[in-house]
Design a protein around this ligand. Structure first.
Ligand SMILES: Cc1cc2nc3c(=O)[nH]c(=O)nc-3n(C[C@H](O)[C@H](O)[C@H](O)COP(=O)(O)OP(=O)(O)OC[C@H]3O[C@@H](n4cnc5c(N)ncnc54)[C@H](O)[C@@H]3O)c2cc1C
Length: 524
């Protein structure tokens, strides 16, 4: 899967595409997989890198949403639990069950949360990831030895799913490609073309790398641009009223010592009435998130000072050793593409269910939802597009469709387990090519993994490699900054770029990595 080959397929396609998808996040990549596996011709167009938007910035949970159960949205929870089970079956190399501890510091918490979490486990039925049980104080501490001991009474444990979000986007793109779909990164949809009947009949694309303009004609166009949804809708109808009520959430990443066991922690009710998680992820501790309504939609949103302070303050009241600003290894923000309903000043009460909107121009917009439900969202979007464009009806097959990398024995590849069946290719590069064993960060980010990212995963920049193919930028921004020159060197060799390109890549990545560092860490 190389970009040049994809571009040739895009431009060489004879006639109309059945479906063009705008946006290469979870939703768009899911739509491309769904459409391609039904046998429709489909082209997926992403303005930046696959997963650059919200889909690489989640809490990395494949979950029914305990919080929505508390809100009484049983249907939403059950639907998501079904998707959780399907995703684990279809991408076992990326999704694993994770036990969570809900610590109790008040007498009523264990019976209250114990009942709710028992119900949550029961709702999953045979697809449960594990039973919920009540924990004594000692059992809670055995699972999370770093819990604040003062006032700790015990807790409740339950199971949910955990995954690597950016790697799943790449694997979805590879799956779509394997089923005949075309997917391109760094192509921005700058306009929609309107036919004589007033219907959208294609897109105008700008190749971000060359500046070239390309016209792509289609029977159906699906807008899957997450927080950018309204901007794309307004390419067809400039005064379209807003559909979105976007909300920002941030995460802080610390080293493993804050959460040394194999359990995550869930705080069911923070000071602002939200849920907060602390999760072991790729040998680090991920803590978040927040829910801050935003007006500006940026591809690289910045965490607000008050959000960082809030996460630190909440973490401090649950950990024996309060994490400090200087402990933060990386900070990242993402924007939830929530659908506006009711009071948009309070985004945490907005539904995480998805919305499909077929405009009078026949542009199909799919938005809202969450990562966990991307497959169901894609199915509904393709059904809607096929119906409105009069495509021949074909049944969705993704419920049991294996995702690229599928390997239930992936754990045998150790740090390369997230690559699933592709781990063997990386091991092969390490064994056959000189210098490719070189470890850049931990075992997972090696020279071979960088080469593989270019050769098979369409990585184009240092950021693509360090933010989304390997996750170093999200785990430890200072370490990512340190290895950027070596990554740029390997990329330049693989892509045939000159020294000036290499230097520009290092400069651009360094200033990005600075944003992911906390101010305290930058001074250190
Ligand atoms: C802080 C946070 C934590 C979350 N945690 C979880 C979780 O743990 N579990 C869960 O299930 N869900 C979670 N979610 C929700 C989930 O991450 C999102 O619902 C999902 O990622 C949205 O995917 P998307 O594809 O719709 O949007 P995006 O990932 O933002 O993708 C949209 C894409 O469209 C592209 N685009 C925009 N305009 C154009 C254009 N003109 N031309 C071409 N491309 C364009 C963008 O570059 C972008 O890549 C979380 C969300 C946030 C913010």
């Amino acid at each position: 899967m190389t970009r040049d080959a994809m571009m040739a397929r895009l431009e060489g396609h004879a006639g109309l595409w059945d479906i063009v998808v705008i946006g290469g996040g979870a939703t768009g990549a899911g739509v491309a997989v769904d459409a391609a596996s039904r046998g429709y011709s489909v082209a997926l167009l992403e303005q930046s890198d696959f997963g650059k938007g919200t889909s690489s910035r989640s809490t990395k949970l494949v979950h029914g949403g305990v919080r929505y159960l508390a809100q009484g949205d049983v249907g939403l929870v059950m639907g998501a639990l079904r998707e959780r089970a399907a995703l684990r079956a279809n991408a076992p190399h990326l999704v694993r069950p994770l036990p969570f501890v809900v610590p109790s510091y008040a007498w009523w918490e264990t019976p209250y949360y114990g009942t709710g979490l028992k119900l949550y486990s029961l709702l999953a039925g045979r697809q449960s990831f594990g039973a919920s049980t009540i924990l004594s104080r000692d059992q809670a501490l055995a699972r999370i030895p770093t819990l604040r001991t003062d006032g700790l009474l015990g807790g409740v444990t339950y199971y949910d799913g955990q995954f690597d979000d950016a790697r799943l986007v790449v694997n979805l793109v590879q799956t779509a490609s394997a089923h005949g779909g075309v997917a391109l990164n760094y192509v921005r949809v700058a306009g929609l073309t309107i036919g004589p009947s007033g219907m959208v009949d294609g897109v105008v694309v700008q190749d971000v790398e060359s500046g070239r303009e390309i016209r792509v004609a289609a029977r159906a166009v699906i807008n899957a641009t997450g927080p950018f949804t309204d901007g794309v809708r307004r390419l067809a109808v400039p005064d379209a009223p807003p559909l979105m009520a976007p909300s920002q959430g941030i995460h802080l990443v610390f080293d493993r010592s804050f959460l040394p066991g194999s359990s995550g922690m869930m705080v069911p009710r923070t000071r602002d009435g939200r849920v907060m998680f602390a999760i072991p992820w790729h040998g680090h501790t991920l803590v978040g998130t927040t829910d801050t309504p935003v007006r500006e939609i940026a591809l690289e949103p910045r965490p607000l000072e008050e959000e960082i302070a809030f996460v630190l303050e909440t973490a401090a009241s649950y950990f024996e050793r309060a994490p400090a600003r200087a402990d933060v290894l990386s900070t990242f923000a993402g924007i939830r593409p929530l659908v506006a309903r009711g009071d948009i000043r309070n985004t945490s009460s907005l539904s995480r269910d998805h919305t499909i909107c077929v405009e009078a121009s026949r542009l199909v917009t799919i938005t809202g939802g969450k990562w966990t439900t991307y497959r169901r969202m894609a199915q509904d979007a393709v059904d809607a597009a096929a119906a409105s464009a009069g495509l021949p009806q074909r049944a969705c097959v993704t419920r049991t469709l294996r995702i690229h990398g599928w390997d239930p024995e992936a754990e045998q590849h150790g740090v390369l387990a997230v690559y699933g069946s592709d781990a063997a290719h990386i091991e092969d590069i390490q064994a056959r090519e000189a210098g490719m064993k070189e470890a850049l960060h931990g075992g997972a980010c090696s020279a071979a993994a960088v080469a593989w990212a270019v050769r098979a995963e369409m990585a184009r920049t240092v950021e693509d490699v360090l933010a989304r193919r390997c996750r170093v930028l999200f785990l430890d921004a200072a370490a990512a900054r340190r290895i950027a020159p070596r990554v740029a060197e390997i990329l330049a060799r693989e892509l045939g770029r000159d020294a000036a390109w290499q230097q520009r890549q290092i400069d651009e990545f360094t200033s990005l990595a600075d944003q992911y560092l906390s101010t305290a860490a930058q001074k250190a």
